[in-house]
Design a binder for this molecule. Structure first.
Ligand SMILES: Cc1cc2nc3c(=O)[nH]c(=O)nc-3n(C[C@H](O)[C@H](O)[C@H](O)COP(=O)(O)OP(=O)(O)OC[C@H]3O[C@@H](n4cnc5c(N)ncnc54)[C@H](O)[C@@H]3O)c2cc1C
Length: 395
């Protein structure tokens, strides 16, 4: 019998494990992960794909780290079932482990668009180090690639392939790239910078069909245009992993539903990270998963810590582009929107204020000196005029 079991060894599961390992209290903790690598920085997979960084350099806590703290990390072990009445989890090889308290931190999985032939050998999505290795093992045969999805991760994948000398086309259904994070102007800026590196874009277009005999050799768009491809990466968003929770009878919507203490609909089962939904919100980004993991760790220890949401914050890390997008980015949700544009579009700033004049969202392109003060202002909901008293943000 383990006192605590954690399912998932991403940032949410590892942050909870770290809190428990640092506690004075003695706990028997077992962590299960379906992956073969211990906790690594998933946000840097693009660097590994682009050949800038070796896989071992993104590992944050290796197996010795866990063993040295008396934590039992079981890699390549998928949990297939939770039996909440018996307080038992079951592995895919049929083994069982029992718990007093359980943390579900299984993350998210790539969403697959309704296109046939996604199971061919040269079509991939990018979520794990193993995915990177599979993609890299084919690169010597690749001249042209298609990335389906022009969001943040799609652009990072496209740039990584571009860095390997591959001609890449990004196909995006919306008329702009990074549509979740940027507006038209910011999006145009990023697109033109990426086009300069040689990446092509097909916007307002969908891949209707992936065709080819044994492997996919072309992507056919709904416009009828055919693009040659030796490798296709699907980057069409993610969906929280809820299957285990649903099977256990826990409440789920888009994600596993949790309360303010990150407790699921069963008092002895907590959940954190990309898999959860709280007050209708699923974040799908690293900092909230980390914050939730820390709080879940304290609650697994018997405290009653509350999680009251995170700042949703994105930063593009490719092609030397300085860009952040944080907090509210929907003009309709703001009472006032201020913009500033300088130096032939190299600097673009947009601030979203609420009715009290507090900063609630920002899009910042270029001028990275102001990022720390803007992020602090967003976290503390500072009055914008106080933040901008020397007119360093907007004139
Ligand atoms: C390529 C890429 C780039 C990204 N870049 C950014 C970025 O720049 N900024 C940002 O904020 N976010 C970024 N993200 C998102 C960020 O990585 C995630 O939000 C974060 O990793 C979520 O952490 P998590 O612990 O909830 O889930 P995960 O990191 O997905 O970890 C979940 C773990 O649980 C394991 N697991 C799942 N089911 C089971 C099971 N049944 N049994 C055992 N183990 C299981 C999984 O294998 C996995 O190891 C990026 C993601 C990717 C893929």
């Amino acid at each position: 019998m383990s006192d605590i079991i954690i399912i998932g060894n991403g940032v949410a599961g590892d942050s909870a494990a770290t809190v428990i390992a640092r506690s004075d209290k003695q706990f028997d903790l077992r962590i299960f992960s379906r992956e073969e690598y211990p906790f690594y920085q998933r946000t840097r997979l693009g660097e590994v794909l682009g050949g800038e960084t070796a896989p071992e350099d993104i590992i944050i806590h290796n197996s010795q780290w866990y063993a040295g703290r008396g934590l039992d990390l079981q890699l390549e072990t998928t949990i297939t079932e939770i039996r909440p009445e018996a307080k038992v989890v079951k592995t895919e090889s049929g083994d069982q482990a029992s718990y007093e308290k359980l943390l579900l931190a299984p993350g998210a999985k790539p969403l697959l668009p309704p296109i046939k032939s996604l199971n061919r050998g040269n079509v991939f999505s990018l979520r794990t180090l193993k995915d990177v290795q599979k993609i890299k093992s084919r690169l010597s045969e690749v001249e042209k690639a298609v990335v389906i999805g022009g969001g943040l991760l799609g652009l990072e994948s496209a740039y990584a392939l571009n860095q390997q000398g591959i001609k890449v086309t990004v196909v995006e259904a919306l008329p702009l790239i990074m549509g979740k994070q940027l507006d038209k102007i910011g999006s145009r800026y990023v697109k033109s910078r990426l086009e300069k590196t040689g990446i092509d874009f097909e916007l307002d277009a969908k891949v209707r069909e992936l065709s080819g005999k044994e492997i996919i050799t072309s992507a056919v768009l709904d416009t009828g245009k055919k693009i040659k491809t030796d490798l296709t990466i699907i980057s069409a968003g993610v969906s929280p992993r809820t299957k285990l929770a649903t099977g256990a009878g826990l409440e789920t919507e888009r994600g596993i539903v949790v309360d303010k203490n990150l407790r699921t609909s069963r008092p002895d089962i907590f959940a954190a990270g990309d898999a959860i939904e709280q007050n209708g919100q699923c974040y799908g980004i690293w900092p909230p998963a980390q914050e939730q993991g820390k709080i879940a760790g304290r609650n697994l220890l018997g405290e009653e810590k509350e999680y009251d949401g995170s700042l949703s914050y994105y930063q593009l890390k490719v092609a030397g582009i300085d860009l952040i997008s944080a907090g509210e980015r929907n003009e309709e949700e703001a009472n006032k929107v201020l913009t500033d544009r300088e130096k032939e579009n190299r600097v673009y700033k947009k601030f979203f204020l609420n009715g009290s004049g507090e900063l609630i969202g920002a899009i910042l392109v270029g001028d990275k000196n102001c990022y720390p003060s803007v992020l602090n202002g967003l976290r503390n909901r500072t009055n914008f005029h106080e933040l901008n008293n020397e007119h360093e943000l907007v004139d």
